[in-house]
Design a protein around this ligand. Structure first.
Ligand SMILES: Nc1ncnc2c1ncn2[C@@H]1O[C@H](COP(=O)(O)OP(=O)(O)O)[C@@H](O)[C@H]1O
Ligand SMILES: [Mg+2]
Length: 211
């Protein structure tokens, strides 16, 4: 079953010295249970594409569907969860509260879910700290725990290992792979070979298109 599909996505941005067309007709399908990685040079538009896929940004043209339905104006995290490259943790909430937020918003009760994810990612002892009190790599793991907490249909992970040491990379990759095993469609933007190694399919974003 196709969990997320994008058709002919175009997106450009106006800059002081002219308009830059970044996405020039992106087509993409990711099935439930599949891990797909996207590589591409810095500035090739991976984060811009993810912003469109999760509804943070509107494309100039093209369509996104999640499980066969058009993407809602404000998609629920159960449908499409994201680990943004800029992480986007709520600064006024502790790490544990950040991870619990999608569960609360979707009224899911899974008693040990937050504790289990924090433990799996090695940040249990930081549960009651605020984002600015932990390292960027620790924030990144909390942001991943938040994204997978609700067992989303689609997970978009934008450079999920960018700030991590080797042991943390291993834990993050195991969690991403298991999340797919539980039925989530996992799409990952990455430059790292060890991330491509867990992929069922590898794509590249080049000159505004997927190859
Ligand atoms: N919201 C935005 N406003 C203006 N320009 C943007 C915006 N988002 C992305 N861009 C531009 O689009 C290009 C691709 O950026 P990005 O998607 O972040 O690349 P990548 O994630 O592949 O490194 C860059 O030239 C960037 O300046
Ligand atoms: Mg990026």
């Amino acid at each position: 079953m196709i969990a997320i599909s994008a058709r002919d996505i175009t997106r450009g941005f106006d800059h002081p010295n002219g308009r830059v067309e970044v996405l020039l007709g992106v087509d993409l399908d990711v099935s439930a249970g599949e891990v797909v990685t996207i590589s591409g040079r810095s500035g090739s538009g991976k984060s811009a594409l993810f912003a469109v896929l999760c509804g943070f940004d509107k494309p100039d043209a093209g369509t996104v569907e999640v499980c066969g339905a058009p993407l809602a104006a404000v998609p629920a995290w159960e449908d499409c969860a994201v680990l943004p490259q800029a992480l986007g943790l709520a600064q006024e909430l502790t790490l544990a509260e950040n991870v619990a937020l999608p569960l609360r918003l979707s009224r899911q009760t899974e008693p040990s879910r937050v504790d289990d994810l924090l433990a799996e990612l090695g940040i249990s002892e930081l549960a009651d700290r605020y984002p600015q009190e932990v390292s960027y790599g620790q924030q990144q793991r909390a942001a991943l725990a938040r994204a997978v907490s609700v067992h989303p249909r689609v997970l978009l992970a934008d450079e999920p290992t960018a700030h991590l040491d080797h042991a943390s990379v291993t834990a993050v990759l195991a969690l991403l792979r298991r999340t797919a095993g539980e039925g989530t469609a996992v799409l990952i933007a990455t430059h790292h070979d060890e991330v491509h190694d867990i992929a069922d399919r590898r794509l590249s974003l080049t000159n505004g298109r997927i190859t």
